[in-house]
Write a protein that binds this ligand. Structure first.
Ligand SMILES: O=C[C@H](O)[C@H](O)COP(=O)(O)O
Ligand SMILES: C=C(OP(=O)(O)O)C(=O)O
Ligand SMILES: [Mn+2]
Length: 456
């Protein structure tokens, strides 16, 4: 192909991608200075990709296995990552928590677990309201560190495009550390006890300890038999975030030199949120043009028709692993809302990966103003998810949760029995309440029980 022609082909591919600019993009910030957005965008466009297209393809294959019931997806991390909390200790504790949960699930289900962080890019938030009022003062709502600051001052809450570039660099250093941890020996299964160290002692990690002891024995047995495998010493770990801010996603979208196809290189998997999944909206249009695995959140108002149109638009070829539906119905609604969706999509012959987000349909606000969730509701939605799939004969392929390795008090209940008064002691989230380390392990044990029933 001549140089001229190749340039023309690339131009056409990018022009198609840019169709999204003609569609309505909800939940975008009001940037005060268009020239500064241009400059940030040009800067991002000149940066190296954060992930390699081949890795996104590999994840797609793993997700395809999950959709067939041959693997299980564990997707988790903060609601809103922050620049300040992108420290070695906090990243390590989140990775450790996910590795621990993965061990519990793998052991329970005898199935590979795909580890996918809500990490290294989860910096932009859709909000119910554009503004926040405190003591009679109204300012723009906090939209995530990629947009503005959390401090309640006019300066901090003004949208600042230079944050787009800062977010790229924080994502790069986060991803670098994740890669180092998971490839460099930290994720070696012989560290299964070490991942539990440093966390406050609690019933869930004591239960974990006894499972870790069993795994240890099994590993020693395998070692004695001469079994050696990289699968025991390293682990694949992928990253994902909501592709909300198109001024961030667009300049990080690149043409893959191997295939000439477009990939959004800001993360391995990108998802579309409940508030931005309109079929004719900019987010659906944008992601329809990239080849990464894509998720879409589906809330209780989603119809079979909505789901089928999204499938036709985002996955017209029905490519295995391409599309994940992340349902977030609420504990009180899942048993009514999910079965018809599963049955309708199945009847139409489609096989997306079905994942449950048992967090976002269960939000409540306490009298004292804390956004929280009851751990019991989260567990109840999880059970409802497995029930619905059992009844429909479809595959419950994974979970999507907001969690942290820190000992926070953001969700009510769990075996520590966090109550409304306790919430104030260590409520650190800048957006939604996360499961703490113990609640995350408890949840993993429950899911493992459910998966065991399927396996046997
Ligand atoms: O994850 C996010 C929240 O659910 C979303 O940002 C909405 O939060 P809000 O209702 O506090 O704006
Ligand atoms: C905003 C989120 O979810 P949803 O789009 O399902 O409300 C989220 O995952 O943080
Ligand atoms: Mn959230």
């Amino acid at each position: 192909m001549g140089g001229q022609t190749e340039t023309a082909v690339k131009r056409d591919v990018l022009a198609e991608l840019d169709t999204y600019r003609t569609r309505e993009a909800k939940q975008q910030p009001t940037w005060p200075d268009a020239a500064a957005v241009e400059a940030a965008s040009a800067n991002l466009a000149s940066q190296p990709p954060l992930v390699f297209a081949g890795e996104a393809d590999q994840l797609k294959q793993r997700l395809a296995a999950a959709a067939r019931g041959e693997a299980f997806l564990l997707q988790g991390g903060d609601c809103a990552e922050t620049f300040e909390a992108a420290t070695a200790d906090k990243i390590r504790d989140r990775v450790k928590t996910l590795l621990q949960m993965a061990v519990v699930l793998t052991y329970g289900a005898s199935m590979p677990v795909i580890k996918l962080g809500r990490m290294a890019g989860q910096f932009a938030k859709p909000r119910s309201s554009d503004t926040e009022t405190r003591d009679g003062v109204t300012l723009p709502a906090f939209r995530g560190d990629l947009v503005n600051g959390y401090d309640f001052t006019p300066e901090s809450r003004a949208a600042d495009p230079s944050r787009l570039v800062q977010g790229y660099h924080v994502s790069a250093s986060t991803l670098n550390l994740i890669r180092a941890f998971t490839q460099g020996g930290f994720a070696d299964l012989r560290q299964v006890h070490a991942w539990n160290q440093g966390f406050v002692s609690n019933p869930a990690n004591r239960r974990y300890e006894s499972l870790a002891a069993e795994i240890d024995r099994a590993l020693k047995f395998m070692e004695a038999c001469g079994v050696e495998s990289a699968a025991l010493t390293q682990t694949e770990f992928y990253v994902s975030h909501e592709a909300l801010l198109l001024d961030y996603e667009r300049p990080l979208t690149r043409i893959d030199s191997r295939t000439g196809e477009l990939y959004d290189t800001s993360g391995h998997m990108l998802w579309i949120g409940e508030r931005t999944r309109e079929l004719d909206g900019a987010h659906v249009e944008f992601l329809s043009h990239v080849r990464n695995p894509i998720g879409v959140k589906l809330g209780p108002t989603a119809s079979v028709d909505d789901a089928m149109r999204l499938i036709d638009k985002l996955d017209p070829e029905r490519e295995p692993g391409r599309l994940t539906f992340i349902t977030r119905m609420g504990a009180g609604k899942i048993r009514e809302a999910l079965p018809p969706l599963l049955e309708g999509v199945k009847a139409a012959g489609a096989q997306p990966l079905w994942v449950t987000d048992p967090m976002h349909g269960n939000g409540i606000t306490t009298a004292t103003g804390y956004k929280t969730r009851r751990f019991d509701d989260v567990m109840d939605e999880l059970r409802g998810f497995f029930e619905a799939h059992r009844a429909a004969g479809t595959v419950p392929g994974g979970i999507h949760v907001e969690l942290t390795g820190d000992d926070v008090t953001e969700c009510l209940g769990g075996s520590e029995n966090i109550d409304e008064e306790t919430l104030a002691t260590r409520y650190e989230s800048l957006c939604d309440p996360r499961l703490n380390h113990m609640q995350s392990l408890e949840l993993a044990f429950l899911v493992a029980e459910e998966l065991k029933q399927i396996a046997h």
